[in-house]
Ligand binder design. Structure first.
Ligand code: PNS
Length: 172
């Protein structure tokens, strides 16, 4: 019966998902995934990895600021950063899912390995994959940085606030 306790649509269960990544910088593909992730979850935490080994183009604060700017209209989306194991961070944040995007078959192998390792370490956290929209399936942060370094225009591939900051970096 609609509206009854047993109605699955009335379930009290909440989906709190962590969308982790380097986001150096955020691309239109990432943003599309955030929008779609926000639609299927109750709360979505975009978690930027604090990786001290890598030499990033943008600081954590710059990356967080850009993501905050382009997700301002999404009330259930939160921006945070983390270090250490992703599953430990998910546990601390009471998240029950990790969200990842898959662009092409080439992503699958690494993503499968990460999902299986994360499941061994914390079975309570389910990894959920969303397929990247085909128009963004060829975009990666690494390629964006390469195009910018070689003087190309990336304004079609990244949100405007990112494009603006990339231009500012490349004229320095
Ligand atoms: O945007 P990226 O670089 O593809 O994101 C990779 C990320 C952040 C998801 C991955 O490197 C990660 O989860 N790092 C945290 C450390 C960790 O938990 N490693 C074990 C994963 S199996």
């Amino acid at each position: 019966m609609a509206g009854s306790q047993s109605d699955p649509a009335n379930s009290e269960r909440r989906l709190v998902a962590v969308y982790p990544g380097s986001f150096d910088p955020l691309t239109n593909g990432h943003l599309d995934l955030i929008h779609r992730g926000a639609r299927v979850s109750d709360h979505l935490i975009v978690a930027i990895l604090r990786n001290t080994n890598k030499q990033p183009l943008f600081s954590i604060e710059e990356r967080a600021e850009m993501i905050r700017e382009v997700t301002a209209s999404l009330p259930t989306v939160e921006i945070d950063s983390f270090e250490g194991l992703l599953v430990d961070y998910a546990a601390r944040r009471n998240a029950n899912a990790i969200l990842r995007g898959i662009r092409a078959i080439s992503d699958y192998e690494t993503e499968l390995q990460m999902a299986l390792l994360n499941r061994r370490m914390r079975p309570e956290t389910e990894t959920i994959f969303l397929m990247a929209a085909e128009e963004y399936s060829f975009i990666s942060s690494r390629m964006i940085k390469e195009i910018v370094m070689l003087g190309g225009d990336v304004s079609r591939f990244v949100p405007e606030p990112v494009s603006r900051r990339l231009r500012a970096k490349s004229v320095r």
